[in-house]
Each structure stands twice: as structure tokens, then as C-alpha cells.
Design a protein around this ligand. Structure first.
Ligand SMILES: *[C@@H]1O[C@H](CO)[C@@H](O)[C@H](O)[C@H]1NC(C)=O
Ligand SMILES: *[C@@H]1O[C@H](CO)[C@@H](O)[C@H](O)[C@H]1NC(C)=O
Length: 400
């Protein structure tokens, strides 16, 4: 028994020690766990903060991008506005250049203005040809436009719409300023016209009535224009040399039946055009939708023949006739680049597929009128108040 007591005592001691040891381990582990928990709590808080910050950042970025998009929009609008202004400035520059041509280039630059001389030489050459004259004249007219080679702005007039042209026979230049006026200004040459501002150095000619639109034509010393009456359209032929009414005739389309010949220039009821073959009239009726062509006798004002060109009236701004081929020029309501998009040849020698797509050199406004001069192969254009010459390059029609 006595030996069992110390044994038991030491056992209890060992057990107690073991318990202490165990307790210590537990305490240690608990502390570690607590520390880990604390740290996890911190991580959690931090990740929460990061999330919030990220969300905030995302929001800010979205707002920033939205702002950027808006800025981009306004910038684009600004650029477009600037583009229009640059166009205007360019136009002004062209005009100023025309007024003050650079000296060393005068000879080159005035070639388009000084066409009278060129034409005289050509006529002389033709006269030298003698008997071949009649023959070559028939052959002369197999031309089709291949491109618009050059342009030159000659003057600025007050009115956005109007017409200017040159009589192929007399070389005199006529300016029809506006769409419902009765005073034509006559200049003795293109050089005279371009040398002075406005209508200075011109002879005003008063017509017996108002012209309507920009459909007037000058041919062989006569002005031809269409007067819109209450129920009929009248073609007036006026002698520009001695200032007398030479003739008048009723145009065979009733006022109630007719529509403006080009939708973008609604003032023009009938567009008269002169080319190497004579006098033409372009018009549109309610039934046809497309532009019609009539060949007119310049002496008697009789209509000799009529065609439906199949060229739509919609979005057309003007047209001109070269060598019996009608070229209809189209644009958009907000003016962009004018282009020839429909062609009609009375001899069927040129089809729309063969005709080149012709773009006018630069974008200004809307062409109010385009008048072809057969001797110079040039177009006299009125573009938003600017009077422009376009020089054409020609090629031969494919004869079948
Ligand atoms: C042309 O017409 C416009 C508008 O009717 C006018 O303001 C301008 O003075 C005219 N120009 C000339 C040279 O007569
Ligand atoms: C005007 O000229 C034409 C032909 O050139 C002539 O027939 C007419 O009689 C002339 N008129 C006047 C009033 O001189």
C-alpha cells in the first residue's frame, strides 16, 4: 500500500502536467485561429473596399467615355461646320484669284477666258478647208463628253440663282440675274465681262416680260425664254440686236399638266438649250415623271420632234445638250457634288451604260443653270451666285 501512494501521486502529477500541456496547446491554437480570423476580417474589409473602389472607378470610366463620345460628336459637328467654312473660303479665294490673277500665269489662266481667239482660229481653219466645210460640220458633231477638264470662277453676282451664257455666233455674253426679272446684261466679250465687277461696262436690255426660272437660251442673236401665263406657257423670241419681239408661240404643254423640269430648281418651267444641232426644250409633265426633250425650229418656234429621255426629274438640278445628247445633272437637297447620272442621245449612239459618270470638280452649292457653248466646248454655270466656266474634254461617239 505504501509503495502505491507515491506511484499514484506521480501518476496524478504526470496527468496534471499532461493536462497543462494540452491546455497550453489549445490556448496556442485558439490564439492562432483568432489571429487568422482577424486577418481574414481585414482581408474581407480590404476586398470590400477594393470592390467599392472598382465600382466607383467603373462608374467614373463610363461617365468619362460618355463625355468623350459627346465631345467626339461636337467635334465632328465642328469639323463639318469648318468644312463648310473652308469650302466658302476656298470659293472666295478662287474668286479673289480671278479678280487678281498672278502675273506670270496670266497667259495660262486666261486661256479659258480668251477662247474667242481660239474659236476664230478654228473658224479660219474651217474656212481654209473650203468645200469640206459642210462635210466636216456633220462629222464635227459626233462628240461625247469624256471628262470635265477644268473650272474657273469668273464672277460673283447678287442672286443665288440665275443664268449666264454666250451667243456662239456673236461672242457676246449675257447675264440673266435672278429667276423672275426682265433685264438682261450684255457684255461684248468674256474678257470684258471678267475684267469689271458686277454689271459695270455692260448694256442692260429690257425684255418685254419677266422670264421664269433659269431656262433662257441665247442663240444666233436672239434670246429665247418661256413666260408662264395663267393657262399656257409661251415661248418668246427676242431680237437682242435691235430690241424687238421677233416671235412668240404657245408651248404645247398646258400649265395644269406641267411640272418643274428639275425638282431641285422648281422655278424653271421649261429649260431651253442650244447646241451644235440647234435649239432644244427640256420639260416634264404630270404623267411622264421623267424629263422630255423637244427639238425646236429656232426660226418658227415649231416643235419638230419629241422624246421621253427616261431621265427622272427627281433630284435633277440642271441639264445641258451637247451634240444631240442630253446630260442630266443630279444633286441632293443638301448640296453635295453634282454629277451627270443620266444621258439620252436622240441618235441612240450613246447609252447610259457607255456614258462616263461625270462628277463636277468641286462642291459648292446647287447649279441653277448649265449652258453649253458648242464652239468653245465649255459650260457656263451659275452656282450659288458664282459664275463659273467648266471646260470639257470630248471623245467620239461609238457609231453603230
Ligand atoms: C442680282 O440680283 C440680286 C437679287 O435680286 C441683287 O441683289 C443684285 O444686286 C443683282 N446684281 C446685279 C449686278 O444687278
Ligand atoms: C430688227 O432686226 C430684224 C432682223 O435683223 C428685222 O427683221 C426687224 O425689222 C428689225 N426691227 C427693227 C425695229 O428695226
Amino acid at each position: 500500500m505504501t509503495t502505491a501512494v507515491p506511484f499514484l501521486l506521480s501518476l496524478v502529477l504526470v496527468l496534471t502536467n499532461g493536462q497543462y500541456y494540452y491546455q497550453g496547446l489549445m490556448d496556442y491554437l485558439e490564439n492562432r485561429f483568432l489571429a487568422i480570423e482577424d486577418r481574414m476580417l481585414i482581408w474581407h474589409e480590404q476586398s470590400n473596399r477594393y470592390n467599392t473602389e472598382l465600382r466607383h472607378f467603373k462608374k467614373q470610366t463610363a461617365e468619362f467615355i460618355k463625355g468623350l463620345n459627346q465631345d467626339h460628336g461636337t467635334l465632328r459637328q465642328d469639323l463639318e461646320g469648318t468644312g463648310v467654312r473652308v469650302d466658302r473660303v476656298e470659293r472666295e479665294m478662287d474668286y479673289i484669284e480671278t479678280q487678281n490673277p498672278a502675273k506670270p500665269c496670266v497667259n495660262q489662266a486666261d486661256r479659258m477666258v480668251d477662247v474667242d481667239l481660239e474659236v476664230k482660229e478654228r473658224v479660219k481653219e474651217r474656212k481654209r478647208g473650203g468645200e469640206e466645210d459642210g462635210y466636216s460640220r456633220v462629222l464635227d458633231c459626233i462628240d461625247i463628253i469624256s471628262s470635265i477638264r477644268a473650272m474657273k470662277i469668273l464672277k460673283r453676282m447678287g442672286s443665288p440663282k440665275g443664268m449666264w451664257t454666250k451667243d456662239a455666233r456673236t461672242s457676246k455674253v449675257y447675264v440673266f440675274n435672278g429667276t423672275a426679272e426682265d433685264t438682261v446684261y450684255q457684255f461684248s466679250s468674256v474678257l470684258d465681262f471678267s475684267s469689271y465687277p458686277g454689271v459695270a461696262h455692260s448694256r442692260p436690255i429690257r425684255l418685254p416680260s419677266l422670264w421664269s426660272g433659269t431656262g433662257c437660251a441665247v442663240y444666233n442673236g436672239y434670246a429665247y425664254y418661256v413666260m408662264e401665263g395663267a393657262d399656257e406657257l409661251q415661248v418668246i423670241k427676242y431680237d437682242l440686236a435691235n430690241g424687238t419681239l421677233a416671235d412668240s408661240a404657245v408651248f404645247p404643254v398646258e400649265v395644269a399638266d406641267h411640272r418643274p423640269v428639275y425638282s431641285l430648281n422648281p422655278e424653271t418651267a421649261v429649260d431651253l438649250a442650244a447646241d451644235e444641232e440647234g435649239l432644244w426644250a427640256l420639260y416634264t409633265t404630270r404623267e411622264s415623271e421623267s424629263i422630255n426633250l423637244a427639238k425646236m425650229d429656232p426660226d418658227s418656234l415649231d416643235i419638230e420632234q419629241m422624246w421621253d429621255t427616261q431621265c427622272p426629274q427627281e433630284n435633277a438640278e440642271a441639264a445641258f445638250v451637247v451634240c444631240g445628247t442630253v446630260y442630266v445633272v443630279y444633286n441632293t437637297r443638301v448640296p453635295s457634288r453634282s454629277r451627270v447620272q443620266c444621258v439620252f442621245d436622240v441618235n441612240d449612239a450613246v447609252t447610259n451604260e457607255e456614258a462616263p459618270l461625270l462628277y463636277f470638280p468641286r462642291r459648292y452649292g446647287l447649279h441653277a443653270s448649265l449652258k453649253y457653248n458648242p464652239q468653245e466646248k465649255q459650260i457656263y454655270a451659275w452656282d450659288d451666285g458664282y459664275l463659273i466656266l467648266y471646260k470639257l474634254s470630248m471623245t467620239r461617239k461609238l457609231m453603230v
